[in-house]
Design a protein around this ligand. Structure first.
Ligand code: KDG
Ligand code: MG
Length: 405
């Protein structure tokens, strides 16, 4: 089975996605996701200008060799753009191999390890009353674990929270020529959050798993203070409590609290975890199939994490396309180190372009049984939704200085 053609498609059915379509000489079509939120055209160019010319004629079964060829062979290893491009090729090749075997991808990854995949949803509110309604709505959909993000009194906008009540779902990337600017105040946040968790625990009791994403905004000692203050409410985890470049900082948080810690959505290689995993400074690895070198790259991370009883929580926001999410679900089904899967829930018209076979109900996913990754990408439909420039927000403190978003 040889690769005959490779095409890169950028489309925007609700938000931007970069998709790689590989065709083989025996008529199979494999697809991969290469979306990097707010930098979509950079990865499209990396693929189109530097990777696509290398693919026709290659053995489509030689996944590991192609992965190493694009990784070691480029000399410039790692980085979000490179690894998203490699991920798209890798997932498309796994899709082709599984289709040629006539099996859903998880069967090639070791087969089924569990009966279902538990997912957490995104709840948000500009205040606690709105957040409580949002949690109730997710509970009604069957979620047993919810990520809770809330507006902070005195701040007009914030991470994970809609700006107006008219928006039913939060979507960070906003179409336009300039990024939206947000204002952040760490003191207000640290003072407000414990009362929010207290109220949620009083309303929903001990059984609902509550997750929270700090989104890289705290210093190590601020993160330790937050973890300590939320400990009485037993969060399932705190995510990205501090920027992860300084990995030693997680030790300081650990010294003050037993709240589980999750990180890794901005990582793109197992190398990024060389300290965090063996020193057991985290409890969940959050890398995405799309950003960490595909199925091949993510399995390296999960195999390493499993040695230390660290579990998976594969990144699943709307900026991972249904192809990236479906590939994650196949890994979740097969890998022993599964912890939980993120599901942010897409908005229409996405299903006009991506036809999926996985299902979600009662808070859990099932992978589909179509041979391959299980997502059909409609190239003609994609043309109806051209790329729209969009950026993630930029965050500033009150004095105007740029803060981590
Ligand atoms: O592109 C950035 C988003 O994927 C990110 O803000 C979502 O933090 C996120 C999460 O946990 O899903
Ligand atoms: Mg996050």
């Amino acid at each position: 089975m040889k690769i005959q053609s490779a095409d890169v498609v950028v489309c925007s059915p609700g938000r931007n996605y970069v998709t790689l379509v590989l065709k083989t000489d025996d008529g199979l079509v494999g697809v991969g996701d290469a979306t990097v939120n707010g930098r979509e055209l950079a990865v499209a160019s990396y693929l189109q200008d530097h990777v696509v010319p290398l693919l026709p004629g290659r053995d489509a079964h030689a996944i590991e060799d192609t992965w190493q060829y694009l990784h070691r062979g480029a000399y410039w290893r790692r980085g979000p753009i490179t690894m998203a491009a490699i991920a798209a090729v890798d997932v498309a090749l796994w899709d082709l191999k599984a289709q040629s075997a006539g099996l859903p991808l998880f069967e090639l990854l070791g087969g089924r390890s569990r009966s279902w995949i538990r997912a957490y949803g995104h709840a948000h509110g500009r205040d606690v009353a709105e957040l409580t309604d949002s949690v109730h709505a997710l509970r009604a959909e069957g979620f047993s674990a919810v990520r809770v993000q809330v507006g902070i009194p005195g701040l007009s906008n914030g991470y994970g929270v809609t700006v107006t009540s008219a928006q039913s779902r939060y979507e960070p990337a906003v179409a336009g020529d300039q990024p939206v600017e947000e204002v952040w105040d760490t003191g207000r946040y640290l003072r407000h959050l414990p009362s929010v968790f207290e109220e949620l625990r009083n309303t929903f009791g001990p059984d609902l798993d509550l997750l929270h994403d700090v989104h890289h905004r705290l210093s190590p000692i601020e993160a330790a203070r937050l973890a300590k203050s939320l400990e009485p409410y037993a969060p399932f985890w705190l995510e990205d409590v501090t920027p992860a470049e300084n990995q030693e900082s997680f030790r300081l948080v650990r010294e003050h609290s037993t709240v589980p810690l999750a990180t890794g959505e901005t990582f793109n290689s197992v190398v990024d975890y060389l300290r965090l995993i063996p020193e057991q400074l985290i409890d969940y690895v959050r890398s995405a199939v799309t950003h960490a070198g595909g199925v091949t790259g993510l399995r390296r991370i999960l195999d390493f994490a499993a040695l230390y009883q660290i579990r998976s929580a594969i990144h699943g926001p709307t900026d991972i396309s249904p192809i990236g999410l479906s590939a994650a679900l196949h890994i979740d089904t097969a890998h022993h180190a599964f912890g939980i899967q993120e599901f942010m829930q897409y908005q229409e018209p996405i299903s006009e372009v991506f036809d999926v076979d996985y299902t979600f109900s009662d808070g859990v996913f099932q992978p589909g049984d179509r041979p391959g990754v299980g997502v059909r990408f409609d190239v003609d439909a994609a043309k109806r939704f051209p790329y729209r420039r969009a950026y993630l927000p930029v965050n500033r403190l009150a004095d105007g200085s740029v803060h981590d978003w």
